[in-house]
Each structure stands twice: as C-alpha cells, then as structure tokens.
Design a protein around this ligand. Structure first.
Ligand code: ADP
Length: 265
C-alpha cells in the first residue's frame, strides 16, 4: 500500500449528500496545512468528485510516475511561514470533461478505490483525509476492508462524521455511526454543520434547520462532539466562484485544535 509513510488516516463521512462533508474536508485540509502539517486529500466520491473544484485546481493533471500517480499539489510546503504541503487526488482529475459522469457498477468502483489506495505516491504525510460519498455504499465497504487489513496499528485515526441538525439528516447519519461500530472504525467525532444562520445585519442567530441534533446523536453513541458550524453566505460565494482556499482559515475548523484532539486520542 502507498500509505505506509502517512501518520494519520482520517475518513470524512456523512449520511446524506449536501450536508457540507466536502466543504469540511477542504477546510480541515487547509487548516491543518496552514498550521504546519503535511496533508493529502483523497477524494473517493467517485460519482460526484468535488475536491478539484473546492481547491480551485480543476484544470490540474495527475502525473503518472514510474511507481504510480503523483497527487496534485494545492499548497507547496513553506516551513518559514509554517505552511505544510497539501496534495490532492481525485477521479475528477482523470475524467476528460468537467461534467463527465461515472456510471460504474460496484466491482469497478471497488477496483478504483483499491487502485487509489495502492497507486498514489503520497510520500511522507502527517494526515491523509479521505472524502467519501454520502451513505454507506460499495466505496465505504471497499475502503473499510482495505484500510482495516492494511493500515499499521493506530494509523487509521478514524472517522469524522458530518451532519446537519435536521432529524432526517441525523437519522441518516446514525446509519453511518452504526457502520463505524460494525466495521470497528473508530469515530473521532461528529460535526454539526449549518447549525443556525447569523444575520449579517443584526447578528441574531436563527436556527433554520433546528439545532443540537448532532450533539444529541454524539451523546447517544458516546462519541465526541467536535462542534457546530453556522451557515455562512461568504462560504458559499467563495466556493461558487472557485475561491474556497481564500476562506478565512480557522474560522470553520481550527487545524491545531483538531490535531491536538487526535494526538490526545
Ligand atoms: P456534501 O459534500 O455533503 O455533498 P458540500 O460540501 O458539497 O456537501 O456542500 C453543499 C453546499 O452547501 C455547497 O454549496 C456548500 O457551499 C454549502 N455549504 C456547506 N457548508 C456550509 C456552511 N457552513 N455555510 C454555508 N454554506 C455551506
């Protein structure tokens, strides 16, 4: 496996689409990198790979080196400024057109996931964040099987589970937590995204989707609750215009806090 020199592997999961899983993966990666850690991001959302767009590197090409694929650089390491290297691998780079769809049956998806885990030349990395599709599909089962079999003891740090506060989303995400329990993947914690909207004029917070569902669920499953993220119109605007990396880092997720939470186990 090409993951041998990676210190911590983190899966980012969500019960359903549109809850902000890819946005949180991107923010987490940028925040960890800007706090000095080297980070790889593997996008295994095969039917909807969004990492190239989120990092604004859609036109980048993956280089085929003798031993495998070289992941695309997002940030070069800059130790003087305390910035760690950030690289990304996604099926999106291998598709010919931006709107190309992948219509694959399970075995082909499984083969692609295995190839992503074995053929990408990450080199030494502090973190590998794996952005997964919503739900518990073939991709999750292939990932879990391969990682649980091949990761070194302690290397698979676990899963960050993203939800919105609504009951429907939390019901879906319970399936995700049960998947972790069944496959023995440790749960790093739950993040509740889109928890309220802070009015830019009067600063009053309106709980559009309700509030606290993620927190209750984390308690029910006896897993850590990592925090709530409000709806931020600036966040959407920067993603829509391909400028997500400009989002004030640390506003959503503090990379240093996250890495400390992981180290403390
Ligand atoms: P998923 O990966 O779960 O499908 P995305 O990360 O693609 O979800 O997010 C779906 C949409 O929601 C995107 O348009 C994104 O900009 C927006 N979004 C995600 N989180 C927030 C937030 N906290 N505030 C505002 N918009 C958000």
């Amino acid at each position: 496996m090409s993951l041998t020199k990676i210190k911590h592997i983190v899966l980012v999961l969500s019960g359903k689409g549109g809850v902000g899983k890819s946005s949180i993966t991107t923010q987490l990666a940028l925040s960890l990198s800007l706090s000095g850690h080297s980070v790889g991001v593997l996008d295994v959302d095969l039917t909807g790979p969004s990492m190239p767009r989120m990092f604004n590197i859609e036109d980048a090409k993956v280089t085929q080196a003798p031993g495998g694929w070289l992941p695309v650089p997002v940030h070069a390491a800059n130790p003087e400024k305390g910035v760690g290297e950030l690289r990304c691998m996604s099926l999106g780079f291998l598709l010919r057109g931006r709107g190309d769809a992948v219509v694959w049956r399970g075995p082909k998806k499984t083969a692609m996931i295995r190839q992503f885990l074995s053929d990408v030349l990450w080199g030494e990395m502090d973190y590998l964040l794996i952005d997964t599709p919503p739900g518990t599909s073939d991709e999750h089962i292939s990932l879990a099987e391969t990682l649980l079999k091949e990761a070194k003891p302690g290397q698979l740090a676990g899963a960050v589970v993203v939800t919105t506060p609504q009951a429907v989303a939390t019901a879906d995400v319970k399936k995700e937590l049960n998947f972790c329990v069944k496959t023995s993947i440790p749960v790093i914690g739950v993040i509740e995204n889109m928890a309220g909207f802070v009015c830019p004029n009067c600063a009053e917070c309106t709980d559009i989707f309700g509030k606290g569902g993620g927190q209750v669920m984390a308690k029910d499953f006896s897993v850590p609750f990592l925090g709530m993220i409000p709806i931020d119109p600036q966040f959407v605007m920067l993603i829509e215009t391909g400028r997500m990396p400009e989002y004030p880092q640390g506003t959503v997720i503090n990379g240093e806090d996250f890495s400390k939470a992981l180290q403390n186990g």
